[in-house]
Write a protein that binds this ligand. Structure first.
Ligand code: BES
Ligand code: MN
Ligand code: ZN
Length: 502
């Protein structure tokens, strides 16, 4: 799929399709107006006849519009002009893409990027259009013997910008959008892969491949033997019931002019399958626990985007790969583990395993003297209760870092919302026998999980993203979303000083 930007008038385009907006009720956007004029009122006459009201997502495909050089004109309902916001805009782009793809227009010139979207500039509109397009064309059919095929798929998309001055902004938006989309795709592919294939060693092999693909990236794999030597008892305990060896992949990206500049560190929960262990999960929808490695998948995706963007920063991505299984050698409720930090943890539920893997990974990364650490994890079902599938949970021990991430999440349209971490919540983790328990007393499960992690992140500025609700969707559109790759990459773009676009 090829993207470009252009600044031109609609009547001069010679394309398979031009895409223009119509607002509710039956009001032409300025570009549609221009087409109407040269077609001597053809479009407005259709609207008067009632063919299109302009409701969000309504589509009307026209052929042979008088005096228009393009073969087709796609009129897209955009709702009330004043109500066109980010969400609406993305939905409209999504529906446009599927219509184009299904109606055989292999190329199109899209004028929707010229619409006014509340509080957003051309850069944002073009970048989101690229990301949304890639997102809606994504399929995962590696394991289908016959792959569904689109007869004449969309191949080339031109986004129009209002002035020539904005062309370079648009080009930058395309390159950023494509880099993000490639990270999102990598994260989705990894997430959707079945757990008999995507085990911790598979995560490691993907990490190694990234180093093969980019000179700026190197990879190191830490297996169980080395974890033992490092004292990562808690991490190892979670994996000990599985035949698949636990592996932690360290992906190092060096882009900073000073190779010794402190790195930003991303740590992803990589439970390639979470059965719950001895505290086994109910069987309904247990297949979805293959997605319990989506934290690692998104860290991997963000590292890929980063390498594509070649940002002038140093970043380390950690994929904490592990499988949580019951078995004769599995860890048990009641076990007391000595974590790499020296703190002891009483296991009260083997299904609260993510934090036991992450705590040692978070201690391990101290050696990098990080600028900051962000962990990403499908950590708690409680987060789905609190925020649903729309917004990721965010906790942090550093206010500026939390604000930075919330801002990046809004810029990227991949939202996160901060939850508190007061002392009262910490008290819920008390254990009679060890320094802390691996689950809290009832209530605020997302926060107590975050509090647990925070006991292991005292040496640096840290934030935690709980993506249990946002990393994948269930039901008939089951699949990984690639979130929060856009948020993470936006954060990195901002850190690299590339957020100022003019
Ligand atoms: N991976 C799960 C969290 C999860 C559950 C994410 C459902 C998305 C959907 C995690 O390892 C887990 O099992 N957490 C437990 C913690 C509890 C035992 C304190 C949970 O949320 O039920
Ligand atoms: Mn679990
Ligand atoms: Zn889990």
């Amino acid at each position: 799929m090829e993207f470009s930007v252009k600044s031109g008038s609609p009547e001069k385009q010679r394309s398979a399709c031009i895409v223009v907006g119509v607002f509710e009720p039956r009001r032409l956007s300025p570009i549609a107006e221009q087409l109407d004029k040269i077609s001597e009122g053809y479009i407005s006459s259709l609207l008067r006849r009632g063919d299109l009201e302009g409701k969000p997502g309504q589509m009307l495909l026209l052929h042979h519009v008088p005096n228009v050089l393009s073969e087709r004109v796609l009129l897209v309902g955009c709702g009330k002009e004043r109500e066109l916001d980010e969400r609406q805009y993305k939905q409209i782009i999504k529906q446009t893409i599927s219509t184009l793809n299904e109606t055989g227009s292999m190329e199109a010139v899209c004028f929707l990027t010229e619409l006014h979207v509340k509080g957003r500039d051309t850069y944002w509109k073009v970048r989101q259009a690229v990301e949304t397009t890639k997102d809606s064309l994504y399929t995962f059919n590696q394991f289908k013997s016959t792959k569904p095929e689109t007869r004449r798929p969309l191949r080339k998309l031109v986004f129009n910008v209002p002035t020539r001055r904005e062309l370079s902004l648009g080009e930058r938006a395309i390159s950023h959008g494509l880099a993000i989309a490639s990270g999102v795709r990598a994260a989705k592919d990894l997430g959707n892969m079945p757990p008999n294939v995507a085990n911790p060693a598979y995560l490691a092999s993907q990490a190694r491949r990234l180093a093969d693909d980019f000179d700026t990236v190197s990879t190191k794999i830490i297996g169980e033997q080395e974890m033992k030597e490092l004292g990562m008892t808690s991490y190892l305990a979670v994996g000990q019931g599985s035949k698949n060896e636990a592996m932690m992949s360290i992906i190092e990206y060096k882009g900073h002019p000073d190779p010794n500049a402190k790195p930003l560190v991303l740590v992803g929960k990589g439970l390639t399958f979470d059965s719950g262990g001895i505290s086994i999960k109910p069987s309904a929808n247990m297949d979805e626990m293959k997605y319990d490695m989506c934290g690692a998948a998104t860290v991997f995706g963000a590292m890929r985007s980063l390498a594509k963007l070649n940002l002038p920063i140093n970043v380390i991505g950690v994929l904490a790969g592990c499988e949580n299984m019951p078995g004769g050698n599995a860890y048990r409720p009641g076990d007391i583990l000595t974590t790499m930090s020296g703190q002891t943890v009483e296991v009260l539920n083997t299904d609260a395993e993510g934090r036991l893997v992450l705590c040692d990974a978070l201690t391990y990364v101290e050696r990098f003297e990080p600028e900051c650490v962000i962990d990403v994890a499908t950590l708690t079902g409680a987060c789905v209760v609190a925020l649903g599938n729309h917004i990721s949970g965010l906790m942090a021990n550093h206010n500026p870092l939390a604000h930075e991430l919330v801002n990046a999440s809004e810029q990227a349209g991949d939202r996160a919302w901060r939850l508190p971490m007061n002392d009262e919540y910490h008290e819920q983790l008390a254990s009679p026998f060890a320094d802390l328990a691996n689950i809290g007393t009832p209530g605020a499960g997302t926060i107590t999980a975050g509090c647990f992690l925070s006991r292991f992140t005292k040496k640096y500025n840290w934030a935690h993203l709980d993506i249990a609700g946002t990393a994948w969707t269930g039901g008939k559109n089951k699949g990984a979303t690639g979130r929060p790759v856009p948020l993470l990459v936006q954060f990195l773009l901002n850190r690299a000083g590339l957020e100022n676009l003019d």
